[in-house]
Design a protein around this ligand. Structure first.
Ligand SMILES: [Fe+2]
Ligand SMILES: [Fe+2]
Length: 195
């Protein structure tokens, strides 16, 4: 078992100005979503999933005992804001609108029920995850247990978005007509204008 300090001692210095580390530095960033993409709501949700995959990767960097202060701060802000907003987009807008477009044979109710359960799990452990991130970036150390929690959260995010990309979005592309897409787009815009 590797102690927290031992993990942090294995980290290469990020302030050395070494050219090789510049490539890594971009991996701490979460890309912003292109402006106007919200008019294509399913592409917007897909783009958010891509950003969540980047967030999951950064979680594993911290789990490995790497601490880029700006990167971790950006990750914290992403989890508190855009990630939380995405769950609202899905539960308050996307899921109900999609359900209204699907025939019973799509089995959409049970698919959505599974996803809502997974969102609940994210919410339950989210506070713990934020606490670990805030503490570890200050102390530049992480315990084995904290590392395990970050890794499990990252894996949960990845599996969830992979299922949504592979199962939910294809159903939505097949079932949602122009009116339903416009409804969803307006719903998501409204959530942002009142935020
Ligand atoms: Fe989701
Ligand atoms: Fe999602």
């Amino acid at each position: 078992m590797m102690a927290a300090q031992e993990i942090s001692n294995n980290i290469p210095s990020r302030s050395s100005g070494d050219g090789d580390l510049d490539i890594d530095a971009t991996m701490w960033r979460i890309e912003s979503t292109p402006k106007g993409l919200i008019d294509e709501p399913l592409d917007f949700l897909f783009a958010e999933h891509h950003r969540q995959r980047q967030a999951a990767l950064i979680l594993t960097f911290v789990a490995d005992g790497q601490f880029d202060e700006a990167g971790v701060q950006e990750l914290i802000e992403f989890l508190q804001n855009d990630f939380a907003l995405h769950v609202q987009d899905e539960e308050l807008g996307f899921f109900p609108i999609l359900k209204s477009c699907c025939p019973p044979e799509d089995n959409i109710d049970s698919i959505v029920a599974r996803l809502v359960e997974e969102h609940k799990k994210d919410e339950l452990i989210g506070e713990d995850i934020l606490k670990i991130l805030k503490t570890s970036v200050l102390t530049r150390a992480i315990t084995q247990e904290e590392s395990r929690e970050l890794r499990a959260f990252a894996e949960h995010i990845r599996q969830h978005l992979a299922f949504e990309n592979a199962v939910l979005l294809p159903i939505a592309r097949a079932r949602m007509d122009e009116a339903a897409l416009a409804h969803l787009s307006a719903d998501m815009k409204g959530r942002r204008s009142s935020a």
